[in-house]
Design a protein around this ligand. Structure first.
Ligand code: ATP
Ligand code: MG
Length: 420
């Protein structure tokens, strides 16, 4: 029988690299937790209709990338391709917006699924940490989220990333622009699919990666020239807040999210060491989304950062996170009696909050000491017949090499003292 492999477009997280993933998730979550965002967890699948409405019928995500399934009971479900629609659905369902404390600030972390062509940095199963601030329209909130993402990346040591920023206008000025853009696009030499896109989702055409399309877009009407005064003022305020916070950004006219419920602030974090899959995270305002999925008017803003690409960005910059060894004490028993006694000591240490591991399987001293070294433990405990007869174990400091007997009853107290 052949052995199984991870499905196409997926990969497993195994030690030691998996520790970096955990650390990245934690680094992204920490600034959110410290800024009033509460943790939310939603199911890995939802009714397909939620994404059709909440991500958009005309997006690649919904038309090409979604994993859909029909349950035995006949329900149409989809594995979640992104987090925002689910989080907003859950917040509405729990009436969080009625608790009288807006914005509702939430963060999440989890797996997402898209049926994509697998490439470096593009997978069918990937991991995001995201944040949403629901129910308030305030440029300070948009700025807060961008600043917190910047802080997260910086705390990881990342430097070669850039923030691209744009405003998409609102329900007053965007439709006027949309029409002007459509009129311009209809006169271009474009393929059938792109022509269809002009009618459903014209802003997305600006995002086309092909050079021959981009060449024709040079004189396309610019959204900037169509922004209403309120949108202009809002955007200037976000820009000023970022500048005051010392967060550098680049204005990017071409940055779009082509759906009607995405409004005003939109941004993307790109990393220059990642090649084609350069976006490590993105987000923006979605003032119309709540109404799209049957809720009240709740202007909101959020982002999602890709954990996989963030890890690739760390590797591209040659950053090794300073991850402390997880084991502090490693116990090496010599003989049956010592196994029982030392395992008791290890259990006692663990209950006292000291990370301890054990040489399992009755190996000899040499092999066991190798494992002790590999574990990174600062201390080893070694005990044989003679030590036990004297009621002691040998405590060795792996850094200094110093070694000496410690009374069995004193081991936990001694190690607690030494490990501070
Ligand atoms: P792209 O333009 O690269 O397809 P996107 O606009 O589809 O990205 P978003 O939906 O904004 O991406 O998701 C936010 C982040 O999640 C991205 O910036 C990226 O880091 C990550 N991400 C999205 N799709 C994938 C994927 N298939 N594999 C790995 N990470 C992904
Ligand atoms: Mg995509």
């Amino acid at each position: 029988m052949s052995t199984f492999q991870a499905p196409k477009g997926t990969y497993d997280l195994t030690p030691p690299r998996s520790a970096t993933f955990l650390a990245v998730r934690e680094a992204i979550a920490a600034p959110l937790r410290d800024s009033g965002y509460g943790y939310i967890e939603t199911p890995g699948f939802e009714n397909v209709e939620l994404f059709a409405r909440g991500v958009g019928e005309s997006t690649d995500i919904v038309t090409k990338e979604m994993y859909t399934l029909t349950t035995k009971g006949g329900d149409q479900l989809a594995l979640r391709p992104e987090g925002t629609a689910s989080v907003l659905r859950a917040a509405l369902e729990a009436n969080l917006h009625k608790a009288g404390n807006l914005p509702v600030k939430l963060w999440y972390s989890g797996s997402y699924y898209r049926y994509e062509r697998p490439q470096a940095g593009r997978y069918r199963h990937f991991s995001q940490v995201g944040a949403e601030a629901i129910g308030t329209e305030d440029p300070v909130l948009d700025a807060e989220l961008i600043i917190l993402a910047d802080q997260a990346y910086r705390s990881l040591g990342l430097r070669q990333f850039r923030i691209l920023l744009n405003s998409l206008g609102d329900k007053e000025c965007r439709p006027v622009y949309r029409e002007a853009l459509q009129t311009f696009l209809r006169d271009l030499d474009l393929d059938e699919e792109t022509r269809r896109r002009i009618e459903i989702n014209p802003l997305r055409v600006l995002d086309d990666k092909r050079a021959d399309v981009q060449k024709q877009l040079t004189d396309a009407p610019k959204l900037r020239d169509y922004l209403c005064d309120a949108c202009k003022a809002y955007h200037e305020e976000v820009r000023a807040l970022l500048t005051t916070a010392g967060v550098a950004f680049e204005d990017d006219e071409k940055l779009v999210r082509g759906l009607d419920y995405y409004t005003r602030t939109t941004f993307e974090f790109v990393h220059d060491g990642l090649g084609a899959q350069s976006a490590v995270g993105g987000g923006g305002r979605y003032d119309g989304l709540s109404e799209m999925i049957g809720g009240p008017e709740l202007p909101s803003v959020g982002w999602a950062l890709g954990v996989d690409r963030t890890v690739l960005a760390l590797e591209a910059e040659g950053i090794e996170l300073d991850l402390p060894y997880t084991t502090s004490v490693y116990a090496v028993p010599l003989g049956e009696e010592a196994r029982r006694v030392l395992f008791g000591v290890v259990t006692e240490l663990r209950r006292a909050g000291i990370a301890a591991d054990f040489a399992f399987g009755g190996r000899g001293l040499k092999g066991a000491m190798k494992s002790a070294n590999r574990s990174g433990a600062r201390y080893t405990l070694v005990a044989g017949e003679r030590d036990l007869a004297e009621g002691v174990v040998q405590l060795k400091d792996m850094e200094s090499g110093e070694q000496g007997p410690v009374e069995l009853a004193e081991v936990a107290a001694e190690l607690t003292k030494r490990l501070g």
